[in-house]
Design a protein around this ligand. Structure first.
Ligand code: 5GP
Ligand code: ZN
Length: 126
């Protein structure tokens, strides 16, 4: 019998060939990158929910946080988020978000960190 695979099965996350964020990272589709280093790029969210809404993504495809095995990459990711936030001059603070899976509200299955700034962000989120 075939296993029942649903959207909660992380083996089913989108592959890099069909991934919009891979295409952005590889500059295969036009998108203004606001930051780039060896492992990550950052760009403005297409549907901003805050005056500043930037996404930081690894250049390598990982469907989401659960797919990352390399501890070093996660450290570098958070460090890059800090660098991008500094570049954005978000002196009054900002919200960082990583949505993971269906219950996390993830819609694009390529790991990304949202940086939200320019307004107050209430807690808890919806
Ligand atoms: P998630 O809900 O997966 O955490 O967030 C995905 C985010 O990607 C959403 O905020 C959405 O607006 C953004 N997004 C989806 N497609 C594109 C795109 O083609 N370009 C850009 N810049 N952002 C996108
Ligand atoms: Zn991808």
């Amino acid at each position: 019998m075939l296993p029942q695979l649903g959207s909660n099965d992380y083996t089913l996350t989108m592959d890099s060939n069909n991934c919009i964020f891979c295409k952005i990272a590889k500059k295969e589709i036009p998108s203004k990158l606001i930051f780039e280093n060896d492992d990550f790029v950052a760009f403005n969210d297409i549907k901003p929910v805050s005056p500043t809404h930037v996404l930081v993504i690894p250049k390598t495809h990982y469907g989401n946080l659960l797919e990352v095995k390399e501890k070093e990459l996660l450290g570098k990711l958070l460090h890059t988020v800090k660098e991008v936030a500094n570049q954005l001059n978000l002196k009054e603070g900002f919200r960082t978000v990583i949505n993971t899976g269906d219950n996390g509200g993830q819609t694009v299955y390529h790991l990304h960190v949202h940086i939200l700034g320019g307004r107050f962000h209430k807690w808890p989120p919806g």
